[in-house]
Design a protein around this ligand. Structure first.
Ligand SMILES: NC(=O)c1ccc[n+]([C@@H]2O[C@H](COP(=O)([O-])OP(=O)(O)OC[C@H]3O[C@@H](n4cnc5c(N)ncnc54)[C@H](O)[C@@H]3O)[C@@H](O)[C@H]2O)c1
Length: 247
């Protein structure tokens, strides 16, 4: 499976490139692409248009602002794409849905099995405790650009599948009581923390805490290559972790 790594000079791109050196899930590096040049030590083009044909899949860990160009290239070359980047605007999300009508697209703000499991557990808790207050706390390293994290939004949206009237309150401030339906989402940025997500579910009588801690970026890189292997040979469509894992 020949992979183009989009954003290869970044922290995550370099991690995926390292795994291709080991042949993880049968992956080999077809080409790296990065606006910022060859920072990771792997061969790197500055634009997708310079990449020779023949790739089986693109793995994207770059920036959401690259979405339009990236998807135009993937549709033109009929290359499946794993979108692991976060922070997309509504307009970019619409482009992703549009591209998925032409090519297979795997899109997940978190490529770890543990977070997929956490989302399922949160849905279960929301169903069992319809009146509980639910809050999400996420902690990431001090270089992270988007807040709240794509994973916190993924978890909040999973809960909203059960609690349809839920609204999201980002970093609560000011005066006034919380409403029953709101889900508070709180972002902490400090040090070198890879990614911690905590869901607190509280009634007057008890609190349940569901927590996931990523210990290494390799977790997400491995998940992205597993998603690439899953995507190869699939028909056009929008795929997510839930499609790859059966609970
Ligand atoms: N889905 C997941 O499981 C998961 C896990 C970790 C990080 N992420 C997301 O992946 C993205 C990258 O994270 P990171 O920590 O590696 O960031 P990073 O800043 O270390 O790396 C991003 C790289 O992308 C490059 N880049 C930016 N715009 C580009 C463009 N238009 N074309 C080509 N290259 C471009 C940058 O030069 C940089 O080298 C972020 O959106 C982050 O939130 C997702």
């Amino acid at each position: 499976m020949k992979i183009i790594i989009h954003g290869i000079a970044g922290r995550m791109g370099a991690e995926v490139a390292r795994l291709t050196e080991e042949g993880f899930r049968g992956a080999e590096l077809h080409a790296g692409v990065d606006l910022g040049g060859n920072a990771s030590g792997f061969p790197c083009f500055q634009s997708l248009d310079q990449v020779p044909p023949g790739a089986d899949c693109i793995v994207d860990f770059s920036n959401h602002s690259a979405t339009k160009t990236l998807l135009a290239y993937a549709c033109k070359t009929k290359t499946p794409v794993v979108l692991a980047t976060t922070g997309h605007s509504e307009k970019e999300l619409a482009l992703i849905r549009e591209a998925a009508r032409e090519i297979p697209v795997f899109f997940s703000a978190n490529m770890s099995l543990g977070v997929a499991l956490l989302a399922e557990m949160a849905k279960k808790a929301a169903a069992i405790y319809p009146d509980a207050n639910i809050e999400i706390v996420e902690i990431h390293h001090n270089r992270k650009l988007d807040a709240p994290s794509g994973t916190a939004l993924l978890l909040a949206n999973a809960i909203k599948e059960i609690r349809r009237s839920a609204s999201f309150v980002l970093g609560r401030s000011g005066h006034g009581k919380r409403t029953e339906e709101e889900i508070g989402i709180h972002a902490i940025r400090m040090g070198n923390i890879v990614g911690t997500h905590e869901i607190l579910i509280s009634t007057d009588a008890e609190t349940i805490t569901l927590k996931h801690e990523a210990h290494s970026r390799a977790l997400f890189a491995e998940g992205a290559l597993a998603a690439a292997a899953f995507l190869c040979g699939k028909p056009a469509g929008l795929y997510q972790m839930r499609d790859m894992i059966s609970f």
